[in-house]
Design a binder for this molecule. Structure first.
Ligand code: NAI
Ligand code: 13P
Length: 391
């Protein structure tokens, strides 16, 4: 095969604005053995990312095995199995209705079978389910498998606060990066243009170009004409922002639900961005401050989530109805998860453990409103008081 024929060109037309990141035009060598990919998760974002990945695996058979499996937490939908509906009608009628899925995407209810002989696992489930999924997968995943986590959250436990990618690496012994960005799932599924950030460290046991997953392979796996990918190294930075912007979005929902308008929402986002960056600097010093400003996973994700995500909707309903968070989540989301409700508790527990609650007054205020019924209208004072205390 000639050098030219042996290379694959993926061009996005996406400008690199002088940042240190992967090129938008990827020249990719055909690989020794096409990578087999499985997506674990089939919710709103899980199904959307499975669609993206399946489109690329079909489009680049020199690089990826065309058939992509999606592990589905099986459910009965009006007497039919969700997996059967997906495999026959090519729609996830519960979590991504109205979107046709590629026919090379196969739903599998058997977690262990779905990762058999796989090279790349894309994790995409609500983060509260990750520990159980990892414990089930233990012993069934080869150490050379590579992974990307699309989850937004942290794992807080005996080991302190952990990135979910690090948790996957520790539990399964596999290298894991992250994908995070300003990506409301339904907009991506409808193929409206958006950007995202993938972050991945090349592991010590990297087997070489054409044999192992590198930044070019990841770009080929996720980049679509409607979904522009930048690949960087800062796994911590993109993961911290992805997790914490959900907490900030709850704060925005409270002030919007109270009818305070755009100025109040912008104030919450300003304070929130400061706390996100401080959290990164205090607990993940390897994260890079420029990631928060320059990448889709940074301030852009904060803006889109606070404008139209599920967390903001749940918090708005809490404010307008007086119902608690769990009732509002149930009423609005039909089985989907507002991850900020769990993350604000995990963050509170971690900050309490290390005596840093007062350094994060917004995160603390959101926690107190969700779990201890503090009045939302006191939010400005809760932030202000703690700010003064800090001085
Ligand atoms: N939906 C969105 O717009 C975006 C979501 N994310 C993140 O992606 C991650 C996954 O979110 P979604 O796919 O939207 O999930 P989702 O919020 O739609 O959750 C529903 C999923 O959870 C599954 N599930 C329910 N009980 C389960 C159990 N016991 N064990 C395992 N799975 C169970 C359901 O089967 C379904 O697949 C989250 O961390 C979220 O923050 C990131 C970007 C965008
Ligand atoms: O992460 C998201 C957008 O990037 C989605 O946010 P919500 O979970 O609040 O819908």
């Amino acid at each position: 095969m000639s050098a030219a024929a042996d290379r694959l060109n993926l061009t996005s037309g996406h400008l690199n604005a002088g940042r240190k990141r992967s090129s938008s035009s990827v020249s990719l060598k055909a690989v020794e053995k096409p990578f087999k990919v499985t997506v674990i998760g089939s919710g709103n974002w899980g199904t959307t990312i499975a669609k993206v990945v399946a489109e690329n695996c079909k489009g680049y058979p020199e690089v990826f095995a065309p058939l992509v499996q999606m592990w589905v937490f099986e459910e009965d939908i009006n007497g039919e199995k969700l997996t059967e509906i997906i495999n026959t009608r090519h729609q996830n009628v519960k979590y991504l209705p109205g979107i046709t899925l590629p026919d090379n995407l196969v739903a599998n209810p058997d977690l262990i079978d779905s990762v058999k002989d796989v090279d790349i696992i894309v994790f995409n489930i609500p983060h509260q389910f990750l520990p159980r999924i990892c414990s089930q997968l233990k012993g069934h995943v080869n150490p050379h498998v590579r992974a990307i986590s699309c989850l937004k959250g942290f794992e807080v436990g005996a080991k302190g606060v952990q990135l979910l990618s690090s948790y996957i690496t520790e539990e399964l012994g596999i290298q894991c990066g992250a994908l995070s960005g300003a990506n409301i799932a339904t907009e991506v599924a409808q193929e409206h243009w958006s950007e995202t950030t993938v972050a991945y460290h090349i592991p010590k046991d990297f087997r070489g170009e054409g044999k192992d997953v590198d930044h070019k392979v990841l770009k080929a796996l996720f980049h679509r004409p409607y979904f522009h990918v930048s690949v960087i190294e800062d796994v911590a930075g993109i993961s911290i922002c992805g997790a914490l912007k959900n907490v900030v979005a709850l704060g925005c929902g409270f002030v919007e639900g109270l009818g305070w308008g755009n100025n109040a929402s912008a104030a919450i986002q300003r304070v929130g961005l400061g706390e996100i960056i401080r959290f990164g600097q205090m607990f993940f010093p390897e994260s890079r401050e420029e990631t928060y400003y320059q990448e889709s996973a940074g301030v852009a994700d904060l803006i889109t989530t606070c404008a139209g995500g599920r967390n903001v909707k749940v918090a708005r309903l809490m404010a307008t109805s007086g119902k608690d968070a769990w009732e509002c989540e149930k009423e609005l989301l039909n089985g989907q998860s507002a991850q900020g409700l769990i993350t604000c508790k995990e963050v509170h527990e971690w900050l309490e453990t290390c005596g840093s609650v007062e350094d994060f007054p917004l995160f603390e205020a959101v926690y107190q409103i969700v779990y201890n019924n503090y009045p939302m209208k006191n939010l400005p004072d809760m932030i202000e008081e703690l700010d003064l205390h800090e001085d």
